[in-house]
Design a protein around this ligand. Structure first.
Ligand code: HEC
Length: 220
């Protein structure tokens, strides 16, 4: 029986010793390291995408700086003001020429007298014979004209300024229109009317040209 006890003691000792060694080396150190890492399944974190959209708006506030730097660069634009006054002078002279020229009440264009050269001396005689009775000596006194708006026949010296033009040919046409076709003055029933010397053949074209030259000479 003693041999058997020894054997048991040896076995027991060996068992304890072996157990101590194994535990001292970290136990089952060789087995566990190959099992831990493969657990990658749980990190399925899908719901984390929802809370992000509430971050964008706060980036708009700091844009208050630029508006104060723009205006100072626009101030020095007084240049156009100096261009305006240079344009007006060219428009003013044309406005003065818009005054309406006196025209006879009877229609018709210029007659053949307008293209003839008038003689002042000959026109002086024509005027004395045909015009003085209504327009006065040298055209200075208009005859009274009841029923007309003006009350008198117009004077021819000085003559209506709108009939005189810088271009003498234009002035001749202006007077010829009255002498060719005549004219009835404004008013209910004017007694005196400008005679249509051309249309009524009371004066020849040359006589009309002559008396026109005379009237123009009275106004120079
Ligand atoms: C019977 C009167 C009478 C006689 C004659 C007469 N005239 Fe006149 N004449 C008038 C009247 C009236 C007017 C105004 C007409 C009008 O206002 O439309 C006038 C207007 C004129 C005008 C236009 C003047 C203006 O201010 O509008 C001229 C120019 C003119 N006569 C020239 C003559 C000449 C030149 C003669 C002679 C050849 C002549 N007249 C003879 C009555 C007369």
């Amino acid at each position: 029986m003693q041999k058997h006890n020894r054997k048991l003691t040896l076995i027991a000792f060996t068992t304890v010793f072996t157990t101590l060694i194994i535990s001292a080396c970290g136990g089952a150190a060789a087995v566990p390291p190959t099992i831990a890492p493969p657990t990658s399944a749980p990190p399925t974190t899908v719901p984390t995408a929802v809370p992000q959209p509430t971050v964008a708006p706060p980036t708009v506030v700091p844009t208050a700086v630029p508006p104060t730097t723009v205006p100072p660069t626009i101030a020095p634009t007084p240049v156009p003001a100096t261009i305006v006054p240079t344009v007006k002078p060219t428009i003013e002279p044309t406005a003065a020429a818009d005054t309406e020229v006196a025209r006879p009440s009877n229609p018709g264009g210029p007659g053949p007298a307008a293209s003839l050269v008038g003689n002042i001396a000959a026109g002086t005689k024509v005027f004395a014979d045909q015009c003085v009775k209504c327009h006065g000596e040298q055209g200075k006194v208009g005859k009274t004209n009841p029923g007309s708006t003006d009350g008198t026949v117009p004077v021819l010296n000085p003559i209506d300024a709108t009939l005189i033009d810088k271009d003498n040919k234009v002035t001749i046409v202006n007077l010829d229109l009255f002498l060719e076709h005549g004219s009835t003055p404004g008013g209910k029933n004017p007694v005196e009317k400008m005679t249509a010397f051309g249309d009524e053949k009371k004066l020849t074209p040359q006589q009309i040209a002559d008396v026109i030259a005379y009237v123009i000479s009275l106004n120079k």
